[in-house]
Design a protein around this ligand. Structure first.
Ligand code: IMP
Ligand code: MG
Length: 175
């Protein structure tokens, strides 16, 4: 199927949104330290950019969960591909994710991480597609709410491509 990519959020808008999210976290966690859990691969660009603007002590870990493969719809099946390197018990944890769609992935992950007894657990997402939600998941920190479009760039892929784009684009499939 042929398609093109249309700009949805420009590089400048994205930078501004990420700084705004960092300001909120700086305000809420003043005087504490945060442990960021980046969901790879998609969350990497967002986490590195976001963390540059955080002014408290920041530690990081990475986790990989199964995603869509080359398809564009969620299966509801979530699998851990890479677990955390360190325990999170007693720490103030923020999950950093690229996008919340159905919410299946985060529902599963937040429950799993809550069982490991962090002092607190919050969810920070770069993008949210609330119209697609089938769970009760809501990000505590959010960059942008978007319409029901398949998007790429700044970590997000279509068939593993376009993660390196410095903006968010919508994939428009030709009829
Ligand atoms: P959920 O479990 O349905 O909320 O799906 C979340 C995961 O699906 C995200 O972490 C992404 O990896 C992937 N995903 C959802 N929507 C998009 C999109 O528009 N573009 C690229 N990946 C997406
Ligand atoms: Mg993801």
């Amino acid at each position: 199927m042929s398609y093109r990519i249309e700009t949805l959020i420009t590089r400048d808008e994205l930078a501004e949104g990420i700084k705004r999210v960092a300001d909120e976290i700086n305000r809420d966690y003043k005087g504490r330290s945060v442990h960021l859990i980046c969901i790879i691969k998609g969350g990497v660009f967002f986490m590195t950019e976001l963390s540059k603007y955080l002014d408290m002590d920041v530690t990081m870990d990475f986790m990989a969960v199964s995603s869509y493969g080359s398809d564009t719809v969620s299966s509801g099946v979530v699998k851990i591909i890479k677990d955390l390197d360190e325990p999170i018990e007693g720490r103030d944890v923020i999950i950093v994710e690229d996008i919340i769609d159905t919410g299946y992935t985060m529902e599963y992950l937040m429950e799993l991480l809550r069982d490991r007894k962090p002092a607190s657990l919050k969810l920070c997402a770069m993008l949210d597609k609330p119209s697609r939600r089938v769970t009760d998941i809501k990000p505590d920190y959010l960059g942008f709410t978007i319409e029901d479009k398949f998007v790429v760039g700044f970590g997000l892929d279509y068939d593993q491509k376009y993660r390196n784009l410095n903006y968010i684009g919508a994939v428009i499939f030709d009829e």
